[in-house]
Design a protein around this ligand. Structure first.
Ligand SMILES: Cc1cc2nc3c(=O)[nH]c(=O)nc-3n(C[C@H](O)[C@H](O)[C@H](O)COP(=O)(O)OP(=O)(O)OC[C@H]3O[C@@H](n4cnc5c(N)ncnc54)[C@H](O)[C@@H]3O)c2cc1C
Length: 368
């Protein structure tokens, strides 16, 4: 997502971009994604607001409730009041719909699927890329938006694998009709003692619903890892939770799972004409629903920093300073997000949300 957002934003500045993606095709995995007002500012600038408003759910709030009693711990109000306050809506999407919208902002011919980067070299005036299968390419600059296990990061800065949190997330989307009329509400996080579950609709008409858990996985080992989850394991893990939770889990046909990882803020993300973006440089736990939002904000700031040099004929020796400025602009905010998210306290009690949702990457000051 960060790579596509960066490509779309850089093209707006006149840059000639190519997106290299290892996957043979884009798959629609069953997962939801919260699109914060801050991410929506950027997506609006990329022309995606109408399509996203049409395809996503517009929640009244993100309600935080006690796992057993259902007592409301903090109702984080969105809807019209947040839109007015922060200048952009808060939307709940199917991840595939957000991804498709971003892919639609970039012409097909600049996306090269089935291209797995295996190596890179900085030359005097650019970067040489090597792909599995032997193909190579040259570029004036490289943006490594290759996720938590970034090969660009390990090539530039050595291995710094994200650490396993000891927890995993089960998640799924499924048709709301399986709930037989039960209303799951707008967006609810049910806070247990050592686990939680978040649930919301992902379509404007509430026809599809999503949930995601975070729970300890003492039996996890990399060898036994599989992406397919067992829905009975999830039901057992949330036994005793409020009846609304039981209802959603009882109706769920299947789940998949993934490990939850975390990383301390990295000191550097840029080396010469190569920069990292999104999870490649600031992976975080999903507890503020801000990982993709940070990648999308990165894209807008990056495009602003590169604006002068991105145009045809722009002075290429300005690339490295522009990338350094991008990192300087983004580092403090993304580090704060990583460290705050890690605490898993966002919304558990009264929470100041302004610094997160009130940020507009198109107008925020750039580092000097
Ligand atoms: C359970 C869960 C829930 C979440 N919920 C939210 C949420 O509600 N809101 C939110 O904002 N964020 C959320 N996030 C975080 C969000 O998913 C990530 O922060 C976001 O996907 C990061 O985007 P990215 O583009 O940096 O990386 P990725 O989405 O990981 O994309 C990296 C891309 O690079 C490709 N790639 C990797 N290596 C190579 C290579 N060598 N060559 C070529 N291509 C390569 C991959 O195939 C992939 O397409 C959640 C995360 C989790 C785990």
């Amino acid at each position: 997502m960060g790579g596509l957002a960066a490509a779309a934003a850089l093209r707006k500045q006149g840059a000639d971009v190519t997106v290299y993606e290892q996957a043979r095709q884009f798959a629609r995995i069953g997962a939801g994604i919260q699109i914060g007002c801050n991410a929506m500012h950027v997506l609006r600038g990329l022309g995606l607001e109408p399509v996203l408003r049409a395809q996503t759910f517009y929640p009244r709030s993100w309600n935080n409730r006690h796992w057993q009693s259902g007592e409301v711990l903090f109702d984080m109000v969105f809807g019209a009041p947040a839109e007015q306050k922060y200048g952009a809506p808060y939307l709940l999407a199917h991840r595939g719909d957000l991804h498709a919208a971003l892919a639609g902002a970039v012409p097909d011919e600049v996306i090269r699927l089935d291209h797995r980067l295996v190596g890179l070299d900085q030359t005097k005036d650019g970067v040489r890329l090597a792909f599995a299968g032997g193909e190579t390419a040259e570029a004036d600059a490289l943006i490594g938006a290759d996720g938590v296990n970034s090969i660009v990061r390990s090539t530039l800065f050595g291995d710094s694998e994200p650490s396993f949190t000891g927890r995993i997330a089960y998640r799924t989307t499924y048709p709301a009709r399986l709930l037989e009329g039960f209303d799951i509400g707008d967006c609810t996080k049910w806070w247990g003692e050592d686990r939680h579950i978040v649930m919301y609709p992902v379509k404007a008409d509430r026809s599809e619903v999503y949930f995601v858990t975070s729970q300890p996985d003492p039996d996890y080992s990399p060898e036994s890892w599989s992406e397919t989850g067992d829905v009975e394991v999830v039901r057992a893990a949330f036994e005793g939770f409020h009846p609304d939770v039981q209802r959603v889990l009882a109706a769920c046909p299947a789940v998949h799972k993934r490990v939850l990882v975390d990383h301390d803020p990295l000191p550097r993300w840029v080396e010469g004409r190569v920069a990292l973006l999104g999870d490649a440089c600031h992976p975080m736990t999903p507890y503020m629903a801000q990982g993709a939002a940070m990648a999308i904000e990165d894209a807008a700031i990056l495009s602003r920093c590169l604006a002068e040099v991105a145009q045809p004929g722009g002075a290429r020796d300005g690339i490295a300073p522009a990338l350094a400025r991008y990192q300087a602009t983004r580092h403090e905010r993304t580090a704060r997000m990583q460290l705050t998210s890690r605490q898993n306290s966002w919304g558990k009690g009264v929470t100041d949300t302004d610094w997160v949702y009130g940020y507009n990457a198109w107008t925020a000051p750039l580092a000097g």
